[in-house]
Design a protein around this ligand. Structure first.
Ligand code: ZN
Length: 418
């Protein structure tokens, strides 16, 4: 290492420490919006080398950028925050385990900010983190040196170097100004995953985050076209939203209904499944598959490198809340109506109504369901999930279910919440 790069390393480590003691909420604010002026940084390649004692991660960049690096526990992660960056890395770059790194992900974490999250095999110490200028046929490079350590040291360093997830929640929690006199129910449509969190993957590289965003946009159009509802989406682009923030989004806007949209995939050893499933919140999962799915979907924050230590994780307590009981009844009613309507448009799972402890369904005062549109691991399902015709038909059925829920029927069990 040159004397120059050592100086840079010292500066950066200093910056990270200053962040820990200073005002972490400003991390995101201080960043210039990448869309203005300066063009986006581009990451062109990545190399991980070393062994179980010491591992070096090198990311090639088109120019020098500022980074902030911190660690997270349970599971052990190293998180690198950088200005909005276009990742042109080889396919499956993050899948390979090497040395102390099990796998890593990268992508947009908020407007103007990207993130790399490394899953560590165990407790690690961040020995060095620096960015080198381009020099002598070498591109600019981000270099991280990780050294194996014990849990006690890791946890001690955590309190020194760490800062909370940078203003991921603060900026987004502001509800929009309420339009006086508009008493139409607000439907919040929540496309799962986004940004650094791809969700599940199809055999042809299709990503759940893209499929559910396209579906959510179609659903929004269908709902708005009738003129009976206001619609808000937790995300309208490929960016990450923490699970708790999705719940807050619906609550602060006094939403009348929350619909989270996802697509499932079964691990290969678990065989095949097909069709759509509608999930509601419950403390005990309705079956093993529901439990497995909730666990997977609840990992979104871990995947994106959000510090969960401050998040309340108490499904049981919320469930005994009185408001929750009423909400639960409405959620169940809506879920049943969705299943009835989806029957007309899409293939359903053989047990289409299930429940489990999904974090995104935790709003105690907003009836909430999570719709798994189908299985990306099943060829026929994937074909439908990527078809515009299927999308339009299925979104129409879901919009009809919303209508049935809000319009009391003369006979039957549907709806009645207005
Ligand atoms: Zn999902």
């Amino acid at each position: 290492m040159t004397a120059r790069s050592i100086t840079i390393a010292a500066m950066l480590v200093g910056a990270v420490l200053a962040q820990a003691g200073g005002a972490p909420a400003e991390t995101g604010v201080a960043r210039a919006p990448a869309t203005q002026g300066e063009s986006l940084a581009v990451a062109t390649d990545v190399r991980v080398g070393g062994d179980d004692k010491q591992t070096r991660v090198v990311v090639d960049l088109n120019r020098k950028i500022d980074v902030a690096v911190f660690t997270l526990a349970d599971p052990y992660r190293v998180v690198v925050d950088l200005p909005q960056t276009t990742f042109k890395l080889p396919a499956k770059a993050g899948d390979q385990a090497r040395g102390l790194v099990k796998a890593f992900r990268y992508g947009l974490i908020m407007q103007g900010g990207s993130r790399i999250v490394l899953d560590a095999k165990g407790p690690v110490r961040l020995e060095k983190a620096f960015v080198l200028d381009a020099a002598e046929n070498q591109p600019a490079r981000l270099v991280l040196d990780l050294i194996a350590t014990d849990r006690a040291t890791f946890m001690r360093n955590l309190t020194v170097e760490n800062h909370p997830a940078p203003s991921l929640t603060a900026k987004r929690s502001e509800p929009p100004p309420k339009i006086e006199g508009d008493v139409r129910p607000l439907i919040v449509v929540d496309p799962g995953h986004g940004g650094i969190d791809n969700g599940t993957k199809g055999s042809g590289g299709e990503l759940e985050k893209d499929i559910v965003l396209a579906f959510a946009q179609t659903l929004r159009e269908k709902l708005e076209s009738g003129g009976k509802y206001r619609v808000a989406m937790t995300r309208t682009e490929d960016t990450f939203i923490p699970l708790g923030e999705r719940v807050r989004f619906a609550r602060t806007r006094s939403a009348a209904l929350f619909i989270s949209v996802h697509a499932d995939a079964l691990p290969r050893r678990e065989g095949q499944a097909e069709g759509a499933t509608v999930y509601t919140l419950s403390e005990n999962a309705s079956d093993a598959e529901a439990a497995r799915l909730a666990e997977t979907e609840n990992k979104a924050d871990v995947i994106a490198g959000v510090d969960l230590t401050a998040e309340p994780d108490d499904v049981a307590n919320i469930l005994v809340d009185l408001a929750q009981r009423e909400t639960k009844t409405f959620s169940m009613q809506f879920a049943r109506i969705v299943v009835e309507e989806l029957k007309t448009a899409a293939r359903l799972h053989k047990h289409p109504l299930k429940s489990a402890g999904f974090k995104v369904l935790l709003a105690p005062d907003v009836p909430s369901v999570l719709v798994e549109l189908g299985y990306m691991s099943t060829k026929d399902d994937l074909k439908q999930l990527t078809s515009a015709t299927w999308r339009g038909r299925t979104a129409q059925a879901l919009a009809q279910a919303v209508d049935n829920f809000f319009t009391p029927r003369v006979a039957g069990t549907g709806g009645g919440r207005n």
